[in-house]
Design a protein around this ligand. Structure first.
Ligand code: ZN
Length: 310
């Protein structure tokens, strides 16, 4: 099953000529979750072929401009395209103070779809979304203003019964669900047939966590422990460690230390400061601590997958 992350923006607050601020889309079959919405997100969605009407859930980590300035443009386009489906936004409750006056100014009458605001909890981890395929949690990070990270967990899918085994052991329909859920089977001759012999390989549920923006803080490590893919901001290299501290941001080394302590499968880093024309130094410092690290770039697509040995 698809569990795929598309990077729309990799930069931090100040504009650059070749990078966009934070926005990512997680694609699970039938669902496109937009995570943060920096300026130009809708342009990037066009470029990387992500349909506007497919976005029903938007997760906003915090209310700094480089994470929310794309919202009014995107919502206006949704209005122009005649959207009628509800749009769910998970964010600090104050987001409404920012969005509603703009929407009222632009659209004297009500817009033709509902925006449903879901306030985040900045004190503790919270389940914020659940359906048949995915569960989403928010958890507090450590930034200058209230900020949350997000964890997306795929739900496990039951294994299939092997048709030849159903035939061989004449497994009645009434027993099949129980076997799928982990049970064994006693054949008519009294022989015990183990679940593992009767079913295809067990599907391993995958997970992705998003951490932006935050300074190094071990308080959120439990919320991201063992995820298969971790995105963590790495605004600076060690040459700007003091700036990282004073602006509540992380260095590549910080991101990698978090990834190592949380025992994640793979780390991707971004939110690079505009002062780095080339972010190789940030990446190198991260890889020295957590080798399976990659620096993200616009348009890049990552499959969330189990890392061998993880
Ligand atoms: Zn930011």
């Amino acid at each position: 099953m698809l569990f795929q992350l598309t990077i729309l923006g990799t930069s931090s607050a100040l504009p650059t000529s070749n990078r966009y601020p934070t926005a990512q889309v997680l694609h699970v079959p039938g669902r496109f979750f937009l995570i943060d919405c920096g300026e130009g997100t809708q342009t990037q969605m066009r470029k990387y072929k992500i349909g506007f009407s497919k976005i029903n859930h938007i997760f906003i980590s915090h209310l700094h401009g480089d994470h929310i300035f794309g919202l009014i443009g995107l919502i206006s386009t949704m209005v122009l395209l005649g959207r009628i489906n509800d749009l769910h936004i998970y964010s600090h409750s104050e987001l409404q103070k920012f969005l509603l006056p703009q929407l009222q100014f632009l659209y004297a009458e009500e817009i033709p779809f509902k925006i449903i605001y879901h306030p985040l909890n900045f004190k503790k981890e919270q389940k914020i979304f659940e359906d048949k395929k995915v569960t989403v949690y928010s958890f507090p990070l450590s930034h200058r203003i209230p900020t949350c990270g997000f964890r997306f967990e795929e739900k496990p899918v039951l294994p299939n019964l092997i048709p030849a085994k159903i035939e061989e052991y004449q497994i009645p329909i009434r027993d099949r669900q129980r076997i799928k859920e982990g049970g064994d089977f006693i054949a008519s001759n009294g022989q015990l047939i183990l679940h593992s012999e009767l079913t295809t390989n067990k599907h391993q549920a995958r997970s992705f966590a998003f951490c932006s923006d935050t300074r190094y803080d071990e308080s959120y490590i439990e919320s991201i422990r063992n995820v298969d893919l971790l995105y963590h901001e790495a605004t600076f290299a060690e040459d700007n460690r003091e700036l990282a501290q004073s602006t509540y941001h992380s260095t590549g080394k910080d991101a990698a230390t978090v990834a190592l302590k949380a025992q994640v499968g793979k780390l991707i880093i971004g939110h690079f400061s505009a002062r780095y024309k080339d972010h190789t130094i940030i990446l190198k410092e991260a890889q020295a601590i957590f080798p399976n690290t990659k620096a993200i770039s616009e348009g890049e697509v990552f499959q969330v997958e189990k890392v061998i040995g993880h």
